[in-house]
Design a protein. Structure first.
Length: 290
């Protein structure tokens, strides 16, 4: 079988805790089904905390805490606090919710699932945001029944950022050579195809960072799309405390996350929550982006 089961597609068509719009569900009714039009809506609703300068937006320091919201309901609540008009009405940069790439992925996923379409945020690494490394980055996968595959959508990349990063590909179908999920990145480095030091964010990189993003990626596949600077109840450990058995479990987790079905990933994530192995690591903190 080369496509996910109907059970897996149904699973990713339903909201989780982070992707549920809550009382704002009716506000999504008038949104388009075309993915490109949806991402344009998000780009006029959200603004990345590290990209505000591109839009000339003067964001007060106290608003930078909006990056901690992290779930679709909370993001929508803040969006309507800032501007009560329908989401189809573009907001000026100063009245957009201050976010990170995580929130673009989660909110797009929330809208797609509300429309009954299979979608899932992925934690991973993009090579189109930095010329010298693969950068920690979230995007959203949406299932295409026409092409029978997951399309990777970078909802953050509007025309301003595409020009700034000299991006020529369609951000509604990011090429596989330009983005690796946490699972794919881990396996690529374990097999020696790429070096762990090529992956990270700002000054943090290496095996610990790969472990962190792999765990985030796998848990996102079980609808727990945690913010990158928040521990998920798993013990934390530096690389010296990670055993070879831990690494084999991470290999198994990565292989499951690269597979077709959701159930094997859910089983392994539950095992990790119960046993606390392998441990996570928090390479950086919220202060590094605010």
């Amino acid at each position: 079988m080369t496509t996910p089961s109907l059970e897996t597609l149904a699973y990713y068509s339903c909201s989780g805790d982070h992707s549920a719009p809550g009382e704002f569900s009716s506000c999504l009714d008038g949104l388009p089904r075309d993915t490109g039009l949806l991402t344009a809506t998000l780009q006029h609703t959200l603004i990345h905390v590290l990209e505000t300068w591109r839009y000339g937006a003067q964001i007060p320091a106290e608003r930078r805490g909006e990056v901690e919201i992290g779930d679709a309901r909370g993001i929508l609540a803040r969006a309507f606090d800032l501007d009560s008009r329908p989401l189809t009405e573009p907001r000026p940069p100063g009245r957009r919710v201050v976010t990170t790439c995580h929130d673009y992925a989660v909110l797009l996923c929330a809208i797609l699932r509300y429309q009954g379409r299979p979608a899932r945020p992925r934690a991973g690494f993009a090579r189109y945001l930095n010329q010298t490394m693969w950068v920690d980055h979230w995007l959203c996968e949406v299932w295409s029944p026409e092409s029978a595959r997951w399309h990777r959508v970078d909802a953050q990349l509007d025309s301003v950022q595409r020009a700034g990063y000299a991006i020529s590909f369609d951000p509604n179908d990011v090429p596989t050579e330009d983005y690796r999920t946490g699972a794919e990145a881990w396996l690529s480095c374990r097999m020696g195809h790429l070096a762990a030091e090529q992956f990270g964010f700002l000054r943090w990189r290496g095996w610990g960072y790969l472990r962190h993003v792999l765990l985030r990626d796998a848990f996102a596949l079980t609808k727990h799309e945690g913010l990158s600077w928040v521990a998920m109840g798993i013990p934390l450990a530096d690389e010296a405390q990670v055993t070879e058995r831990d690494r084999r479990l991470l290999d198994e987790l990565a292989q499951a996350a690269c597979g077709l079905e959701s159930a094997p990933v859910a089983r392994l994530c539950e095992q990790i929550k119960v046993t606390g192995r392998p441990p996570d690591v928090l390479p950086w903190s919220l202060a590094d982006v605010t």
